[in-house]
Design a protein. Structure first.
Length: 415
């Protein structure tokens, strides 16, 4: 089984380049189902979640070719409406196939996403939205069956600004009859990217990036070329890697506007960050002090950066507090960090982190994607060697993580 071996690496110094955003690529790849023709996408990261999405699209009739970060999806014909259990069960983003399949085929049989280590992750908001747009919904045997003639625009208020539900409803409204309004919509940059992509193909979506999104349904879309945004969570992880090792570096292919909450927290902790047009410079050579963090939907501090900041806070002076408000069970990395010498207490949805602590390398396990990244960060500054199991979780979301960190001086490799 593959492991990541990471040794104390001293201060990281160098330049790293971010890949395209996984969380933009997944809905945009799924949205290619809406278009009768060839869509050419670039800045697509090579990750296992993306491979699984492409596998499912191929099974539905798409002809796919890949060349480095470019993916060409030919959806002249969509043959199926049933999504297979095996690849669907490997990533939660697979439920994003529901709206485009329903819209194009008039029916969709979607394998239920099931539980997830970081929380229960229900799909009720997606289903309430589909029902409001006129879909009939049936559950059974591990599948959700959706059907409709043509979806009809409606007003949908989301009880929580769910990223996935907002994306599914944008895709559902795109070819629906009339106007769809999503209230209390998620505002994440990936939502804006999906809407920009669809608008470039002729959709009529406005308000993306705000909490009210309006979609005026159109009859069809025209295939285009589109380059997706870069991965803000990967960028935030690299910023944390420089910070945890008191290093300094440049992070390229990043939109600093997408990282405002992360930049603000790192600055508060003592790092100096300079924002350029498509890059960030971080200087974390001074010692860091602890901070209080509450994860929130965008533009709040991202839950996808919570685990990495747990590691970072172990090296910072003082008591750090992190409140996780988005997912109910996203502290799986804490036990592993404590095995490495951290002093972290969990109290309900909060973790209290005493620092600075001398971490020591140990055998640890990644139980989820971002928790795995947190262990890599801890390994960079821990004494001796850290051996990380559960690498498949990390490979779901980080393209060439070891190579990229290695280029900034990290002693890290896959074994
Ligand atoms: C997306 C991201 C994930 C990120 C998360 C929050 C992708 C592929 N994944 O996940 O990396 O951590 O946003 O920023 O883009 N909820 C419900 N009912 C629903 C849907 C969601 O109760 O029908 C709850 C969830 O259980 C969770 C919260 O809403 O507690 C946020 O989930 P959501 O924003 O939907 O996350 P995802 O889209 O699954």
């Amino acid at each position: 089984m593959t492991k990541i071996i990471v040794k104390n690496s001293g201060s990281l110094i160098g330049t790293v380049c971010c890949s395209g955003s996984k969380n933009s690529a997944l809905p945009i790849l799924s949205a290619t189902i809406l278009t009768n023709g060839i869509t050419s996408l670039s800045n697509i990261p090579r990750l296992s979640d993306i491979d699984n999405m492409l596998l499912i699209l191929e099974g539905l009739g798409a002809k796919i070719s890949q060349n480095r970060d470019k993916v060409r999806v030919d959806f002249n014909e969509c043959k199926g409406y049933v999504t297979p259990y095996e690849p669907m069960s490997k990533f939660r983003g697979s439920f994003l196939l529901a709206a485009p399949l329903l819209s194009r085929m008039g029916k969709a049989r979607i394998s239920m996403p099931g539980g997830c280590p970081i929380g229960n992750r229900p799909i009720d908001l997606h289903l309430k939205g589909f029902a409001a747009l006129g879909a009939a919904i049936e559950n059974g045997h591990g599948y959700v069956d959706l059907s409709c003639k043509r979806l009809k625009g409606a007003k949908v208020y989301l009880d929580f600004p769910s990223v996935g539900a907002t994306e599914n409803l944008i895709m559902a409204g795109t070819l629906a009859q009339g106007e769809t309004i999503i209230e209390n919509a998620a505002c994440e940059p990936e939502i804006v990217d999906l809407a920009n992509f669809l608008n470039q193909q002729g959709a009529k979506i406005s308000g993306m990036g705000s909490d009210t999104i309006k979609i005026l349904g159109v009859d069809s879309l025209t295939p285009t070329e589109y380059s997706i945004i870069s991965d803000r969570i990967e960028a935030g992880t690299f910023m944390s890697a420089f910070a945890i090792t008191n290093g300094k570096g440049i992070i390229k292919n990043v939109n600093p506007m997408h990282l405002k909450p992360v930049t603000a927290k790192l600055t508060e902790m003592g790092a100096k960050i300079t924002e350029k047009k498509n890059s960030l410079i971080i200087d974390a050579t001074s010692s860091l002090s602890a901070a209080s963090i509450k994860t929130l939907p965008f533009p709040g501090f991202p839950t996808d950066m919570q685990a990495q900041f747990s590691s970072l806070m172990c090296e910072a002076e003082g008591t750090g507090i992190i409140v996780e408000t988005v997912f109910e069970n996203r502290f799986l990395h804490i036990g592993e960090l404590n095995r490495m010498g951290a002093d972290i207490r969990i109290d309900g949805r909060s973790s209290v982190i005493e620092g600075p602590k001398k971490l020591s390398g140990a055998k640890v396990t990644a139980y989820d994607l971002r928790g795995g990244a947190a262990l890599v960060l801890a390994g960079l500054c821990a004494a001796g060697e850290t051996e990380i199991d559960g690498v498949k979780h990390i490979q779901r979301g980080y393209e060439h993580l070891c190579d990229k960190l290695h280029s900034a001086g990290a002693d890290i490799f896959l074994e």
